[in-house]
Each structure stands twice: as structure tokens, then as C-alpha cells.
Design a protein. Structure first.
Length: 98
């Protein structure tokens, strides 16, 4: 299942809490997950400082479980909005006979 995960900072978090060591640990963990196929694509939004990840996993629960391993999540600095996707079914309308 393809899932979009949108990062969101938790309430009360300040910029200073994102230490260089913690950010490096986060980058290392993302680097570890990338070759497994769990993270297919990763971006930063242009309108705010947050990541958007395109993921492949079995279901929403697996995505949440793996995201909990990220250092910034473990440090209670960020969380993710999880959006499960399915293939667009609308093209079938092109082939249905009325």
C-alpha cells in the first residue's frame, strides 16, 4: 500500500530543540530505511519546514510502527499525518458501456 506521511511539529516545540546531533540521527535512520523500500520518496515542503514521505508498507499500522522509530518522533518533536492511497478507479468509466 502506498502511503503519504506528512510531518507535523508537536505543540510547544522550539527550533532550538532540533539539535544537530538529533538531526544527524534522523538523517541516518531515513538513510537506513530508504534501501528497504519503506521510503520511496522524500521531500521538504516549500511553504514550511516539514518533510513529506511517500512510503510503501502493508497498511497504515505498519507505517505508524516504523515512523515511531525515527529519532525526532522518539524525542517527541514531530509526528506524522498518515494518508493511505489507492489506485484511481475513474478510468474504468471510459470503458463502461452505458
Amino acid at each position: 500500500m502506498k502511503i503519504i506521511a506528512i510531518e507535523k511539529e508537536l505543540s510547544g516545540v522550539t527550533k532550538e530543540m532540533f539539535t544537530p546531533e538529533l538531526l544527524a540521527a534522523e538523517a541516518r535512520k531515513v538513510w537506513e530505511l530508504y534501501p528497504t523500500g519503506f521510503i520511496r520518496e522524500i521531500y521538504f515542503r516549500t511553504d514550511q519546514s516539514s518533510a513529506v514521505l511517500i512510503r510503501e508498507c502493508l497498511d497504515r499500522e505498519e507505517a505508524m510502527d516504523i515512523l515511531q522509530e525515527l529519532p525526532l518522533v522518539e524525542a517527541n518533536l514531530i509526528d506524522f499525518e498518515i494518508i493511505p492511497l489507492k489506485p484511481y478507479p475513474g478510468f474504468a468509466r471510459l470503458f463502461n458501456e452505458a
